[in-house]
Design a protein around this ligand. Structure first.
Ligand code: FES
Length: 133
């Protein structure tokens, strides 16, 4: 069902687990199959994603897509990371079976959710700072 590249990525997963010091965490679910994905980002003051990790409860396509996605966003700016689409992850994986395309969308959504979480935290910090003044 899956090509060799997908299986290789799946067997040699990168960036699995929690990320200590993460300042952006995105959690998304696929309503159709009940699978869940969490992405942790560590974004520095210049808006560069220094590190990324993930935990995925899902199929091979979802897990391999997230592994590739975390590899691709490391070292990128937030805006560059947000430009990446699930089609970019699929291309990097050398393709996914048509019925598995939707699984890769979770990776794109989880990155967006993690960035959103990051901005919310910044906003909260700024608000606290203003309140303290
Ligand atoms: Fe649920 Fe692939 S079948 S993410």
């Amino acid at each position: 069902m899956y090509n060799d590249k997908v299986m290789k990525v799946f067997k040699e997963l990168k960036n699995v687990g929690n990320l200590k010091g993460a300042n952006g965490i995105g959690r998304v679910g696929n309503a159709a199959c009940g699978d869940i994905m969490k992405i942790y980002l560590k974004i520095n003051e210049d808006g560069i994603i220094e590190d990324a990790k993930f935990k995925t409860f899902g199929c091979v396509a979802a897990i391999a897509s997230t592994s590739i996605a975390t590899e691709m966003i490391k070292g990128k700016s937030i805006s560059e990371a947000l430009e990446l689409k699930n089609s970019d992850f699929i291309q990097e994986l050398g393709g996914l079976p048509p019925q598995k395309i939707h699984c890769s969308i979770m990776a794109e959504e989880a990155i967006k959710a993690a960035v959103e979480d990051y901005y919310k935290r910044i906003e909260k910090q700024q608000k606290n700072y203003i309140d303290e003044e």
